[in-house]
Design a protein around this ligand. Structure first.
Ligand code: DQA
Length: 147
């Protein structure tokens, strides 16, 4: 199967950006680990980051056209704002897991609301980069159950 990992705004700054909240790993480090693990599980892997809402919408449309089976998405700040990205996921019906590095429930109140959680298969937050790996394992299991 094909699994696409999408990352929203400012995640290109991981490693520099508030390491107490987001950890010391760069997005490149996270990509590298996930790429290896996805290959070990026997899946195809795509990985993207964008600071632009419309680009993430278009990446979801492209994933649909490319018959991507599963999305792991950290929408970052768009989590709390983006009806457009929510609608792209609803339109394409690609199953997805929502991931956040930080525990969004232990932070400012505006981070408690997500435009994605109610339509996600599951949500992982507060576990740092490990959250992406757990999402990958879950995706693998979900895809295996469907075949
Ligand atoms: C984040 C949490 C969001 O609230 C924040 O805007 C981010 C990163 C996380 O991974 O913890 O940019 O999605």
């Amino acid at each position: 199967a094909t699994i696409t990992v999408l990352n929203g705004p400012n995640l290109n700054l991981l490693g520099i950006r508030e390491p107490g909240l987001y950890g010391n790993q760069t997005l490149g480090d996270i990509k590298h680990t996930l790429e290896q693990k996805t290959a070990e599980l026997g899946h195809q892997f795509n990985f993207h980051q964008s600071n632009a809402e419309h680009e993430i919408v278009e990446l979801i449309h492209e994933a649909y056209q490319a018959h991507v089976d599963f999305i792991i998405i950290n929408p970052a700040a768009f989590t709390h704002t983006s009806v457009a990205i929510r609608d792209a996921l609803l339109a394409t019906k690609i199953p997805f897991i929502e991931v956040h590095l930080s525990n969004v429930h232990a932070r400012e109140p505006f981070r408690k609301h997500s435009y994605f959680s109610d339509i996600a298969i599951g949500v992982i937050c507060g576990l740092g980069a490990t959250g992406y790996e757990l999402a990958l394992l879950a995706a693998h299991q979900i895809l295996a159950e469907r075949h």
